[in-house]
Design a protein around this ligand. Structure first.
Ligand SMILES: Cc1cc2nc3c(=O)[nH]c(=O)nc-3n(C[C@H](O)[C@H](O)[C@H](O)COP(=O)(O)O)c2cc1C
Ligand code: SF4
Length: 458
């Protein structure tokens, strides 16, 4: 099983300079700035203003209601986020259809759930206005889970776009896999319509932007790497990106510029060609090649899809070595150094941003950098690596870190995410709702004891 290394002693790093020096000595010259003022410079997206440079990235709580509407835990999460001060809230993945859910409690966007989703956004906005006199820029991530789909009993129902020997035997988040169905072109057209309808509903729910999710292991990302698929959605670059552009054009046709369109996109897949996107086109070679990702970002920006959050299958994977496979293997090759993975992804973000000057880029993976995440965001913006700092688990653990950065110019280590992976255990092992087991114990510690440790909590 995976072994995530933690080779650095963050408790012995007292200043951003300490962090910078240690990382530099280890061959990872992260951009670091002690002065975090730049985080509070607004950024303009079209006619809308993002009030600061911190983005809380989508982290699904696996905690909607069975009918796909948000539960009290969803309302709670987004109010905590909004009350913490982040300028951009990238709401978690919401499925465009019942069969596209990755778990039985994933929210689904449909006419019957849109009013409650709108209420969730309105209530979160109200908390931000009460605290800061303004609301965040809100994005809804739309998804179809593709090979990660599960039915209402947590049975894996993978819908793939082509066979993939690196992934076919572990599609569900818990590593299991049902029998793969290969989506027909008609099914892909149905999914395209689902994204367009989902965007229309996202507009009704009051979001500023809709994210056509092309990252991680989900279906639109898989289409980008469908080199071996015959027909109009596979093979050439044009065919592999066809579904994404059909969705973008369809949203614009229905909504004009009433809602912004953005993407969370894999910079590379950490799976070799011809089964991975953004990788060197030599069979079996685990090495990134950003030519196609850069071309795609340029085409997106030309269509006014300017906001791009760059990710990979998981930021802790390195694009070299065993990549994604390390998660499921044993032995020294399966060891994961998350800092190298995170640094590589930031470097790729820098390279893509330099090649695509019209884009507005959010980076991924900053929670790994603990109390120095704000300093790396400031350094990255100042040095032109990206435009906004993206944080995932830090939102679960420490939703008001932006307030601390504003008021105290620092993040406090004793409030930071502890990188323990227990929020993942809750979904991978416990198949239940998730959040921060360590810093939000009121809700999640008892769930962890019951569902993961199987302790009697009464
Ligand atoms: C419990 C959990 C749920 C997640 N859900 C989503 C999701 O809905 N959409 C998405 O794009 N990424 C999702 N992610 C990935 C995060 O957005 C983020 O990229 C990842 O945690 C790494 O960043 P971090 O080191 O800042 O946490 C999830 C991560 C976790 C831990
Ligand atoms: S459970 Fe662990 S990894 Fe997850 S947010 Fe909390 S401290 Fe971070």
């Amino acid at each position: 099983m995976k072994k995530v290394l933690n080779p650095f002693k963050f408790n012995q790093m007292n200043t951003p300079k300490d962090f910078e020096d240690v990382m530099k000595a280890a061959g990872m010259p992260f951009p670091v700035d002690e002065n975090v003022d730049i985080l509070f410079e607004p950024i303009q997206i079209g006619d809308k203003t993002v009030p600061n440079r911190i983005c809380l990235q989508p982290c699904e709580g696996f905690d909607g209601n069975p009918d796909g509407s948000p539960s009290e835990l969803d309302f709670r999460r987004y109010k905590r986020y909004a009350g913490g001060g982040a300028g951009m809230l990238w709401y978690e993945s919401i499925a465009i259809s019942e069969d596209g859910r990755c778990n039985p409690l994933q929210m689904v966007i449909r006419p019957s759930t849109v009013a409650e989703i709108k209420r969730m956004v309105d209530e979160a906005n109200a908390v931000a206005v009460e605290n800061f006199g303004r609301r965040p820029y809100n994005i809804l991530q739309l998804t179809h889970s593709g090979r990660r789909s599960n039915d209402k009993n947590w049975q894996s129902t993978p819908l793939a776009v082509c066979e993939n020997p690196y992934m076919d035997d572990h599609n569900s988040i818990d590593g299991s896999s049902g029998k793969i169905t290969i989506a027909t072109d008609d099914k892909i057209e149905e999914i395209i319509r689902g994204f367009i309808d989902g965007a229309i509903l996202a507009h009704q729910a009051g979001f500023d932007a809709v994210d056509v999710k092309v990252c991680h292991e989900y279906i639109l990302r898989e289409l980008l790497s469908a080199f071996t698929r015959p027909g109009k959605f596979g093979g050439s670059f044009e065919n592999r990106t066809r579904a994404l552009f059909m969705i973008i054009d369809g949203i614009r046709k229905n909504l004009g510029n009433a809602i912004d369109i953005c993407v969370r996109l894999n910079a590379y897949d950490c799976v070799p060609y011809p089964y991975g996107w953004g990788m060197k086109k030599e069979e079996g070679v685990m090495e990134p090649d950003l030519t196609e990702p850069i071309k795609l970002c340029q085409m997106l920006v030309e269509r006014d899809v300017r906001l791009i959050d760059l990710s990979t299958m998981m930021p802790r994977y390195q694009p070299y070595g065993r990549g994604l496979m390390a998660e499921h293997e044993d032995g020294p090759e399966a060891e994961i150094n998350p800092y190298k993975g995170t640094f590589d992804l930031l470097k790729a973000t820098k390279e893509i941003k330099e090649a695509v000057p019209g884009g507005i880029f959010v980076c991924t993976g900053l929670t790994w950098l603990e109390q120095f995440g704000g300093n790396v965001t400031a350094g990255g913006i100042n040095q032109g690596w990206f435009d906004l700092g993206g944080f995932g688990r830090q939102g679960f653990a420490y939703p008001d870190f932006v307030r601390d950065l504003k008021e105290h110019k620092t993040m406090f280590r004793n409030k930071c995410c502890m990188l323990c992976d227990k929020c993942y255990d809750l979904i991978q092992i416990g198949h239940c709702q998730t959040g921060c087991v360590m810093r939000d114990q009121e809700i999640y510690l008892s769930l962890y004891r019951e569902k993961v440790q199987h302790k009697d909590t009464k």
